[in-house]
Design a protein around this ligand. Structure first.
Ligand code: ATP
Length: 207
């Protein structure tokens, strides 16, 4: 039987229970053998000055993945010096995974908000030829909205898109950072080990 591999990219600043809910749902629904969590180096669409250093984001991803042997923290976008200082593009990451898993079925996983930006991504048409897409529902972004349909129509014929409608996680990393800055508890928003790491490393604090 063909190996089924998920790929989940993001800034993960920090990883939160919304990401984990998406990954769990994708694992179950597509019977994935594993899902790679790939923290981005410098994401093309986010301001680098406000981004937490790669090492911290990767560490939190690793802590968040620790409870599930099928969740694999990945250094694919770390760059040669592992500092996450280069721009990262999903198409390149998926190409590298394709080389590592020539016969697997690859599922690139993203939230509905990111799907709406897909036509601005580098070589997005190539990306969708290299893998399936799993688009997870996200509160505030309707999967059946006209904007979504328009994007689907811009994809190459035969693109394999799967809608993951069973997740309803009303949480964002922005909320987590804001709460951490105010010293509010992060229970249920991030895994316990991630909350402890945020505190001990002093991330998202005012200073
Ligand atoms: P921020 O608030 O900093 O913009 P974020 O919460 O959107 O961050 P990212 O790391 O940017 O988190 O997201 C990585 C991927 O996970 C993206 O594809 C995003 O759409 C998806 N994602 C994040 N949170 C959710 C959620 N609550 N439900 C569904 N998908 C999500």
């Amino acid at each position: 039987q063909q190996v089924q591999i998920g790929v989940f990219g993001g800034t993960f600043d920090p990883i939160h229970t919304g990401h984990l809910a998406v990954a769990h749902a994708a694992l179950r629904r597509f019977r994935l053998d594993c899902i790679y969590f790939v923290p981005s180096g410098l994401p093309p669409h986010k301001s680098p000055d406000r981004l937490t250093p790669y090492l911290h984001r990767y560490t939190m991803v690793a802590l968040g993945c620790a409870d599930n042997p099928r969740f694999v923290p990945s250094l694919l976008e770390a760059g040669r010096d592992l500092a996450g200082r280069s721009r990262s593009y999903s198409v390149d990451t998926v190409r590298r995974l394709r080389r590592r898993w020539p016969n697997a079925r690859l599922y690139f996983t993203l939230g509905a908000d990111q799907f709406l930006t897909l036509p601005t991504w580098k070589k997005y048409r190539t990306l969708v030829k290299l893998c399936d897409l799993i688009v997870a529902a996200r509160p505030g972004f309707r999967l059946r909205a006209r904007r979504t349909t328009r994007i689907v129509s811009q994809l190459p014929a035969g693109a394999r898109i799967h809608w993951l409608t069973t997740v309803h996680a009303d949480i964002s990393a922005t909320t987590v950072r804001r709460r951490a800055r105010r010293g509010l508890p992060l229970r249920n928003l991030v895994p316990l080990a991630v909350e402890a790491y945020i505190r001990s490393a002093g991330l998202y604090s005012r200073s």
